[in-house]
Design a protein around this ligand. Structure first.
Ligand SMILES: [Mn+2]
Length: 313
């Protein structure tokens, strides 16, 4: 049995090494490319064919207990033994809960152990240095744990780690996975080459901001609207249909909004997953699990809803 969570007393040196090693692994997968039997990358863009099994986890926000429960629920060690079983996290690992550092380090360990079937997408909380917001509390947690050396750890190790995360994942003919939402695209020519554009988001801050910050809304008279969050936009069903038509996918799976484990928008085409409970006692923590057959049925089906595959823990 691998001890994924023996990180409570971890020293700064060990934390630094674990984060650095994971960053190198990510950057290697982005630059050299990553290829498994079912997956490949092109820079920031991650692509999978339909896996044998798929597990997706939403925002964790420093809730180590929910993370442990979820991993145990699908028997992670056995599950990840096959590279055709994939596990994807939708971002927002830090802030709000008490154990952001422990969550990050556990996920680094998991990624190092299973580099070809565990993937960490980036949330807006992992991009504070690009798009700042007021409720960013993670540096205080680091300060309490590591004192004066925490700032250097954040600047030298954690920022490069956050920048190394993937932002957009497509599962062939099934789903688009990202943290916030679908970006508004002005010129439809974008879709002729969308994989190329999505492969380098560091040079496309506007698209990156929207992927990390957008939310689905039931808009009637407009296709999109500025967001009350101050960053990102609200996207309506027309934007969802546009992306699904051009990618050949059936649905979008994203995090970013607290809810009772999950919610749906846009006639079931957009599923929001939420996996944090401790900092949000009024909400529920959930994950999605589907087999290859479940996914294949959905790709043939006109009903994009994924409710039956969501497990509330
Ligand atoms: Mn978020």
């Amino acid at each position: 049995m691998i001890d994924l969570f023996g990180i409570y007393d971890i020293r700064l040196d060990d934390s630094r090494k674990l984060v650095q090693d994971t960053t190198l692994l990510h950057n290697d997968q982005k630059l050299q490319g990553f290829f498994s039997n079912i997956g490949m990358t092109s820079g920031d863009y991650l692509h999978f064919q339909i896996p044998d099994n798929l597990v997706i986890v939403g925002d964790i926000h420093g809730d180590l207990v929910s993370l442990q429960k979820i991993l145990n629920e699908f028997n992670w060690e056995t599950y990840l033994g096959s590279e055709e079983n994939i596990l994807i996290f939708l971002g927002d690992y830090i802030d709000r809960g008490q154990y952001s550092l422990e969550v990050l380090l556990s996920l680094c360990k998991l990624k190092s152990l299973f580099p070809n079937n565990v993937f960490l997408l980036r949330g807006n909380h992992e991009a504070y240095h690009h798009f700042p917001f007021s409720s960013f509390s993670f540096p205080h947690e680091l300060q309490a744990k590591f004192g004066g050396e925490s700032e250097q750890f954040y600047l030298e190790n954690l920022i490069p780690f956050f920048d190394s995360m993937f932002s957009f994942c497509e599962i062939d003919s099934f789903a688009i996975l990202l943290h916030g939402g679908l970006p508004i695209v002005d010129d439809l020519k974008f879709f002729e080459n969308y994989k190329f554009y999505l492969s380098d988001l560091s040079s496309q801050k506007n698209i990156m901001e929207q992927i990390l910050w957008n939310d689905p809304r039931e808009l009637v008279e407009v296709d999109w609207h500025y967001s009350n969050r101050g960053l990102g936009k609200y996207f309506g069903i027309k934007i969802t249909n546009l992306w699904l038509n051009h990618t050949g996918c059936k649905c979008v799976i994203r995090g970013h909004e607290p809810c009772e484990g999950f919610k749906t928008n846009h006639q079931g085409k957009v599923t929001t997953l939420f996996s944090s409970k401790q900092p949000y006692p009024k909400f529920e923590s959930a994950f999605l699990k589907m087999s290859r057959n479940d996914i294949l049925k959905k790709t043939d089906d006109d009903n994009p809803k994924l409710d039956e595959f969501i497990n509330i823990i």
